[in-house]
Design a protein around this ligand. Structure first.
Ligand code: PMP
Length: 389
């Protein structure tokens, strides 16, 4: 049946996410996957006692559960964002925060600037609104300030979307100076910042993590947080903290989309984050993931050191590995797949055409065991060397 006449222009042009499609392969038992952004389920705590949560059976508030919003106020305060619960909206994952923000500000006449490369599923959301998504030159310290100034002056964007901490996919973490420069430039130009920060607690080095929103003086901002990477992504709980002016609009969109987020999920998160087990859990996550990160760095250096380049990420889940000698990441991905190793090529992470868009692989160290990681990288080494011949 042809339904294309029913679709809007942007739904017709929607591209399937390569990541989602490749992730189907990761279900195959023999597949070694370094591809997904999934946390390690072995590090997830048990759920708190469900019998306490009876009061989650009824419909709830669109803004989210009061206890969780108050908890987010205190988490935000701890990182330098001073707010009240009126400016906190609980969302079904931070992905929904992106959706709500996009519905509010983007249409076919809007431009949004992103890092280049950037989080693929954010581009999907922006594209669904018909917006023009424009990648801005970025390096290992984040988005370039002259390139951002230039893009703002040329494209008159509605917003700038940034992942300053342990970015997906490139792993970069902005230094304080770059954060201050971005905040000052956005204030000067009065441009909305959408700061997406799901990886901040997966931090393995002593690096600056000051939210850029906390440095802004006058321009509007939205700060997106998530419990997916540190607790249970299946519960789908995230949040948006906003400057005063945005809050009433955010909650109206949330109401129209799904009335409110799952109450049981919100109670489970609140109960665990309030418990004494939470700080110990975070510390354990950081220790365990750091061991895996170091193991991947060692494997990459020993087995691939002469054919790739990479920087060790100071947090998060990903290595962004550059193939030397102009090798195609798509071709490497295809050959690796034939040998039951799943990796992600860089192309879909570039919203704008770029000479290096097919030069990188995103490798996740979070979910695999160290022995699987070692096998996967030794196979990858064979594949890459074959391609060089
Ligand atoms: N932002 C970024 C940068 C991400 O990597 C992800 C998950 N991969 C999300 C947002 C969405 O996370 P969630 O909806 O599970 O909170």
């Amino acid at each position: 049946m042809d339904i294309s006449h029913l679709l809007t222009d942007s739904s017709r042009n929607m591209e399937a996410s390569l990541v989602r499609e490749l992730l189907h392969y990761s279900q195959q038992p023999e597949m070694l996957s370094l591809a997904g952004g999934l946390p390690d389920e072995n590090l997830m705590p048990n759920y708190p006692d469900l019998s306490m949560m009876l009061d989650s059976q009824q419909y709830g508030a669109s803004e989210g559960e009061t206890e969780l919003r108050e908890l987010v106020v205190s988490l935000a305060r701890d990182i330098g964002i001073h707010t009240t619960k009126n400016n906190v909206l609980i969302t079904s994952g931070s992905q929904q925060g992106l959706d709500i923000a996009s519905r509010l500000i983007l249409d076919g006449n809007s431009t949004i600037l992103t890092e280049q490369p950037t989080y693929l599923a954010a581009c999907q959301v922006f594209n669904l609104q018909g917006a023009n998504v424009q990648g801005v030159e970025s390096d290992k310290h984040g988005m370039s300030i002259p390139a951002l100034r230039d893009a703002i002056e040329r494209s008159k964007p509605k917003a700038v979307y940034l992942i300053p901490n342990f970015q997906n996919p490139a792993g970069h973490c902005y230094g304080l100076k770059r954060r201050q420069e971005i905040a000052a430039l956005l204030d000067e130009k009065n441009i909305l910042l959408i700061e997406d920060d799901p990886y901040r607690d997966l931090c393995y080095e002593n690096v600056d993590l000051t939210p850029i929103t906390s440095l802004m003086r006058s321009a509007p901002w939205l700060y997106l947080g998530s419990f997916s990477k540190i607790l249970w992504p299946g519960l789908r709980v995230g949040y948006v903290v906003s400057c005063d002016a945005f809050s009433p609009y955010l909650v109206k969109v949330k109401q129209a989309i799904d009335l409110h987020s799952n109450r049981l999920s919100q109670h489970l998160i609140t109960s665990f984050v309030r418990s004494d087990a939470y700080p110990a859990h975070l510390k354990n996550l950081q220790q365990e993931y750091k061991v895996k990160r170091d193991a991947m760095a060692k494997e990459l250096k020993e087995r691939l050191g002469d054919v790739v380049e990479f920087t060790i990420p100071s947090g998060g889940m990903f290595f962004w590995v550059k193939l030397k000698n102009g090798l195609s990441a798509i071709k490497v991905m295809e050959s690796a797949l034939e040998k039951n190793v799943l990796v992600l090529p860089s192309v879909p992470f570039y919203p704008t055409r770029h000479p290096e868009s097919d030069a990188y692989l995103r490798l996740s160290f979070a979910r695999v065991s160290i022995s699987e990681m070692s096998r996967a990288i030794s196979i990858l080494s064979i594949v890459i060397r074959d391609q060089r011949e």
